[in-house]
Design a protein around this ligand. Structure first.
Ligand code: C5J
Length: 224
Protein backbone atom coordinates (compact mmCIF):
# COMPACT_ATOMS: atom_id res chain seq x y z
CA UNK A 1 0.00 0.00 0.00
CA UNK A 2 1.60 3.26 -1.11
CA UNK A 3 0.67 6.55 0.52
CA UNK A 4 1.57 10.05 -0.63
CA UNK A 5 3.80 12.23 1.48
CA UNK A 6 3.66 15.98 1.04
CA UNK A 7 7.31 16.99 0.70
CA UNK A 8 9.72 19.33 -1.01
CA UNK A 9 10.87 19.66 -3.72
CA UNK A 10 8.03 17.28 -4.68
CA UNK A 11 5.56 14.94 -3.03
CA UNK A 12 6.58 11.30 -2.96
CA UNK A 13 4.84 7.98 -2.51
CA UNK A 14 6.06 5.52 0.07
CA UNK A 15 4.97 2.11 1.27
CA UNK A 16 5.13 1.88 5.09
CA UNK A 17 6.13 -1.78 4.68
CA UNK A 18 9.34 -0.77 2.89
CA UNK A 19 10.00 2.40 4.89
CA UNK A 20 12.06 2.87 8.04
CA UNK A 21 11.83 5.66 10.56
CA UNK A 22 15.45 6.44 11.45
CA UNK A 23 15.97 8.45 14.64
CA UNK A 24 19.50 9.80 14.77
CA UNK A 25 21.40 10.31 18.04
CA UNK A 26 18.60 11.66 20.25
CA UNK A 27 20.94 10.99 23.18
CA UNK A 28 21.30 12.59 26.56
CA UNK A 29 24.90 13.51 25.62
CA UNK A 30 23.57 15.82 22.91
CA UNK A 31 20.29 17.04 24.44
CA UNK A 32 20.96 17.39 28.16
CA UNK A 33 23.22 19.71 30.15
CA UNK A 34 26.57 18.13 31.06
CA UNK A 35 26.97 16.05 27.90
CA UNK A 36 29.15 16.21 24.80
CA UNK A 37 27.06 18.93 23.13
CA UNK A 38 27.45 21.26 26.10
CA UNK A 39 31.19 20.58 26.47
CA UNK A 40 31.55 21.94 22.92
CA UNK A 41 30.00 25.22 24.09
CA UNK A 42 26.51 24.66 22.70
CA UNK A 43 23.12 25.65 24.11
CA UNK A 44 21.63 22.16 24.31
CA UNK A 45 18.12 23.46 24.97
CA UNK A 46 17.89 24.31 21.25
CA UNK A 47 17.58 20.61 20.47
CA UNK A 48 14.56 19.98 22.68
CA UNK A 49 12.09 21.32 20.07
CA UNK A 50 12.58 18.15 18.03
CA UNK A 51 11.55 15.76 20.82
CA UNK A 52 7.74 16.17 20.68
CA UNK A 53 7.47 15.93 16.84
CA UNK A 54 9.73 12.84 16.94
CA UNK A 55 7.48 11.31 19.57
CA UNK A 56 4.37 11.77 17.44
CA UNK A 57 5.99 10.26 14.33
CA UNK A 58 7.41 7.43 16.44
CA UNK A 59 3.94 6.65 17.84
CA UNK A 60 2.45 6.65 14.31
CA UNK A 61 5.26 4.43 12.98
CA UNK A 62 4.74 1.96 15.82
CA UNK A 63 0.94 1.90 15.19
CA UNK A 64 1.57 1.27 11.49
CA UNK A 65 4.14 -1.45 12.15
CA UNK A 66 6.83 0.52 10.31
CA UNK A 67 10.45 -0.42 11.01
CA UNK A 68 11.98 1.92 13.59
CA UNK A 69 15.76 2.26 13.84
CA UNK A 70 17.53 4.39 16.44
CA UNK A 71 21.17 5.36 16.28
CA UNK A 72 23.57 6.40 19.01
CA UNK A 73 26.91 8.06 18.43
CA UNK A 74 29.53 6.84 20.85
CA UNK A 75 32.70 4.90 21.44
CA UNK A 76 34.07 1.82 23.13
CA UNK A 77 35.38 2.43 26.67
CA UNK A 78 39.01 2.00 25.46
CA UNK A 79 38.38 4.52 22.64
CA UNK A 80 39.88 2.07 20.12
CA UNK A 81 37.13 3.03 17.64
CA UNK A 82 37.71 6.77 18.01
CA UNK A 83 40.33 8.08 15.59
CA UNK A 84 42.77 10.67 16.96
CA UNK A 85 41.44 13.15 14.40
CA UNK A 86 38.05 12.99 16.13
CA UNK A 87 39.41 13.05 19.67
CA UNK A 88 41.71 16.01 19.10
CA UNK A 89 39.35 18.25 17.18
CA UNK A 90 37.59 21.26 18.63
CA UNK A 91 38.08 22.94 21.95
CA UNK A 92 35.74 21.17 24.30
CA UNK A 93 35.85 21.82 28.04
CA UNK A 94 35.91 18.02 28.39
CA UNK A 95 36.92 15.56 25.68
CA UNK A 96 35.26 12.33 24.54
CA UNK A 97 35.93 9.73 27.24
CA UNK A 98 36.38 12.26 30.04
CA UNK A 99 34.20 11.92 33.15
CA UNK A 100 31.09 14.11 33.23
CA UNK A 101 27.84 14.41 35.16
CA UNK A 102 26.30 11.65 32.99
CA UNK A 103 29.31 9.34 33.07
CA UNK A 104 32.18 9.27 30.57
CA UNK A 105 31.35 11.52 27.65
CA UNK A 106 30.07 9.76 24.51
CA UNK A 107 31.05 6.31 25.76
CA UNK A 108 28.81 3.31 25.14
CA UNK A 109 27.09 2.06 28.27
CA UNK A 110 27.31 5.38 30.13
CA UNK A 111 24.09 7.21 31.11
CA UNK A 112 24.84 10.11 28.71
CA UNK A 113 24.98 7.69 25.78
CA UNK A 114 21.34 6.67 26.35
CA UNK A 115 18.51 7.92 24.18
CA UNK A 116 16.44 10.56 25.99
CA UNK A 117 13.63 8.98 28.05
CA UNK A 118 10.83 10.55 25.94
CA UNK A 119 12.06 8.59 22.90
CA UNK A 120 13.26 5.43 24.63
CA UNK A 121 13.28 2.42 22.29
CA UNK A 122 10.71 -0.30 22.97
CA UNK A 123 11.78 -3.89 23.47
CA UNK A 124 12.77 -5.41 20.13
CA UNK A 125 13.35 -2.12 18.31
CA UNK A 126 16.70 -1.78 16.57
CA UNK A 127 19.42 0.41 18.08
CA UNK A 128 22.55 0.95 15.98
CA UNK A 129 25.71 2.10 17.75
CA UNK A 130 27.90 4.15 15.46
CA UNK A 131 31.39 5.57 15.93
CA UNK A 132 31.04 8.15 13.16
CA UNK A 133 28.65 10.81 12.03
CA UNK A 134 26.95 8.75 9.32
CA UNK A 135 24.77 5.84 10.42
CA UNK A 136 26.04 3.56 7.62
CA UNK A 137 29.74 3.92 8.43
CA UNK A 138 31.12 0.94 10.40
CA UNK A 139 27.65 -0.30 11.41
CA UNK A 140 25.18 -3.03 10.51
CA UNK A 141 22.57 -0.52 9.27
CA UNK A 142 22.94 -1.38 5.57
CA UNK A 143 22.45 -5.08 6.28
CA UNK A 144 19.46 -4.43 8.57
CA UNK A 145 17.70 -2.36 5.89
CA UNK A 146 18.57 -4.74 3.04
CA UNK A 147 17.28 -7.74 4.98
CA UNK A 148 13.90 -6.02 5.33
CA UNK A 149 13.67 -4.68 1.78
CA UNK A 150 13.64 -1.06 2.93
CA UNK A 151 13.57 1.56 0.15
CA UNK A 152 12.66 4.80 1.93
CA UNK A 153 14.10 6.39 5.07
CA UNK A 154 12.21 8.99 7.10
CA UNK A 155 15.02 10.65 9.02
CA UNK A 156 14.72 12.50 12.34
CA UNK A 157 17.28 13.52 14.96
CA UNK A 158 20.26 15.66 15.75
CA UNK A 159 22.07 17.50 14.55
CA UNK A 160 20.59 18.48 11.21
CA UNK A 161 23.82 19.54 9.55
CA UNK A 162 26.08 16.87 11.06
CA UNK A 163 24.79 13.34 11.71
CA UNK A 164 21.40 13.76 10.02
CA UNK A 165 23.03 15.24 6.91
CA UNK A 166 25.83 12.66 6.78
CA UNK A 167 23.36 9.79 7.14
CA UNK A 168 21.09 11.17 4.42
CA UNK A 169 24.04 11.63 2.09
CA UNK A 170 25.22 8.08 2.80
CA UNK A 171 21.70 6.71 2.32
CA UNK A 172 21.22 8.63 -0.92
CA UNK A 173 24.45 7.20 -2.34
CA UNK A 174 23.25 3.71 -1.43
CA UNK A 175 19.97 4.17 -3.33
CA UNK A 176 17.58 4.96 -0.48
CA UNK A 177 14.96 7.66 -0.87
CA UNK A 178 15.83 9.80 2.13
CA UNK A 179 13.37 12.26 3.64
CA UNK A 180 14.41 14.66 6.40
CA UNK A 181 11.49 15.52 8.68
CA UNK A 182 12.25 19.17 9.34
CA UNK A 183 10.59 19.68 12.73
CA UNK A 184 11.91 16.31 13.96
CA UNK A 185 15.50 17.50 13.40
CA UNK A 186 17.39 20.22 15.25
CA UNK A 187 20.74 21.94 15.47
CA UNK A 188 22.63 24.02 18.02
CA UNK A 189 22.73 26.57 15.17
CA UNK A 190 19.22 27.45 13.88
CA UNK A 191 20.78 28.87 10.71
CA UNK A 192 22.61 25.60 10.00
CA UNK A 193 19.32 23.71 10.53
CA UNK A 194 17.53 25.93 8.01
CA UNK A 195 20.31 25.87 5.45
CA UNK A 196 20.99 22.17 5.99
CA UNK A 197 17.41 21.41 5.00
CA UNK A 198 17.63 23.79 2.03
CA UNK A 199 20.72 21.91 0.82
CA UNK A 200 18.95 18.54 0.80
CA UNK A 201 16.01 19.70 -1.29
CA UNK A 202 17.81 22.17 -3.62
CA UNK A 203 18.42 21.39 -7.28
CA UNK A 204 15.32 19.21 -7.56
CA UNK A 205 16.18 17.27 -4.39
CA UNK A 206 19.91 16.82 -4.97
CA UNK A 207 20.19 14.19 -2.24
CA UNK A 208 16.72 13.85 -0.77
CA UNK A 209 13.40 15.33 0.25
CA UNK A 210 12.25 17.48 3.17
CA UNK A 211 8.91 16.94 4.85
CA UNK A 212 7.42 17.27 8.36
CA UNK A 213 5.92 15.26 11.19
CA UNK A 214 2.45 16.55 10.33
CA UNK A 215 2.80 15.44 6.71
CA UNK A 216 3.81 11.93 7.82
CA UNK A 217 0.85 11.71 10.23
CA UNK A 218 -1.51 12.86 7.46
CA UNK A 219 -0.04 10.39 4.94
CA UNK A 220 -0.32 7.47 7.35
CA UNK A 221 -3.92 8.41 8.25
CA UNK A 222 -4.96 8.64 4.57
CA UNK A 223 -5.81 5.32 2.91
CA UNK A 224 -3.59 4.69 -0.13
C1 C5J B 1 27.57 15.80 16.47
C2 C5J B 1 25.65 14.51 15.82
N1 C5J B 1 27.01 16.96 16.11
N2 C5J B 1 24.90 13.50 16.26
N3 C5J B 1 26.89 14.64 16.39
O1 C5J B 1 28.72 15.77 16.88
O2 C5J B 1 25.24 15.30 14.99
Amino acid sequence: MSVTLSAEPADLGFDPATTALVIIDMQRDFLEPGGFGETLGNDVSLLLAAVAPCRSVLAAARRTGMLVVYTREGHLPDLSDAPPAKLERGEPTARIGAPGPMGRILIRGEPGHDIVPDLAPSAGEIVIDKPGKGAFYATELGAVLAERGIATLLVCGVTTEVCVHTTIREGNDRGYRCVALADCCASYFPEFHRIGLEMIKAQGGIFGWVSSSEAVLTALATPG
